[in-house]
Write a protein that binds this ligand. Structure first.
Ligand code: ADP
Ligand code: MG
Length: 243
């Protein structure tokens, strides 16, 4: 089995601030990896580096067999394959929900208007928002907007989905619906890396939990290993604060 994501000795500095200090991680197809860890430890930087939104300072980065460090690699092609969902959804306010979902695949010539429309409606159904297809983002709740953002990412038919604290900006009563969509996606076999503070989601959905601190992966294991029997004092300390 070839890993979907291979990261070796990845370093990233901003000036003399070294944020990633040598990350090694492999993610297999269909695997769900949940990353937890304190604020400022480099989790977002790591996810952004996986999509080359940030240039790594050194190290190896192979996604779907593409070497992202190789300047000859077509970054647009690799990015189409990696869906990303952020804390803030950044929907286009002047477009309808359905137009937000279908815009990218249509502009990139991946689908005709009819195909994109049909696919877009199916995706909205998948995230429970069929009836909002013609609404504008301003008419939606935060949780609904985030589900549109997930549908929009899925419209590109990615083979990997990266989530960076997708529920952190939401009112508590919206969180469950978004996590529910993500759980279903995981059950359908999507390969996912999820940064979150939702420990319940991590316990329930993760195949593997990775604890990130100070630019390193300090510890990783099954949810049982990490939550019931953490080995690193840093992990123990973090979990004591959040659980
Ligand atoms: P986390 O997501 O775990 O909270 P981040 O990856 O956002 O952590 O940030 C890790 C460190 O990198 C922080 O010290 C932050 O100030 C720094 N950092 C992140 N992005 C940039 C940037 N574009 N320029 C300079 N420093 C940055
Ligand atoms: Mg972050």
């Amino acid at each position: 089995m070839t890993a979907k994501v291979i990261v070796k000795d990845l370093h990233k500095s901003y000036g003399d601030n070294e944020v990633l200090k040598g990350i090694d991680l492999e993610v297999q197809e269909n695997e769900v990896v949940v990353m937890i860890g304190p604020s400022g430890s480099g989790k977002s930087t790591f996810l952004r580096t996986l999509n080359k939104l940030e240039e790594p300072t050194s190290g190896q980065l192979i996604i779907n067999g593409w070497d992202l460090v190789d300047p000859k690699t077509n970054l647009n092609k690799t990015r189409e394959n990696i869906g990303m969902v952020f804390q803030h959804f950044n929907l286009f306010p002047h477009l309808t929900v359905l137009e937000n979902v279908t815009l990218a695949p249509m502009e990139l010539g991946k689908m005709t208007k009819e195909e994109a429309h049909k696919e877009g409606l199916a995706l909205l159904e998948q995230v429970g928002l069929s009836e909002k297809a013609d609404a504008k983002p301003g008419q939606l709740s935060g949780g609904q907007k985030q589900r549109v953002a997930i549908a929009r990412a899925l419209a590109m038919k990615p083979s990997i989905m990266l989530f960076d604290e997708p529920t952190s900006a939401l009112d508590p009563e919206m969180v469950g619906d978004v996590l529910g969509v993500m759980k279903k996606l995981a059950e359908d076999g999507m390969t996912m890396i999820v940064v979150t503070h939702e420990m319940g989601f991590a316990k329930q959905v993760a195949d593997r939990v990775v604890f990130f601190a100070d630019g390193y992966i300090r510890e990783e294991g099954t949810p049982e290993e990490i939550f019931d029997n953490p080995q690193d004092p840093r992990t123990q300390d973090f979990l004591n604060k959040v659980l």
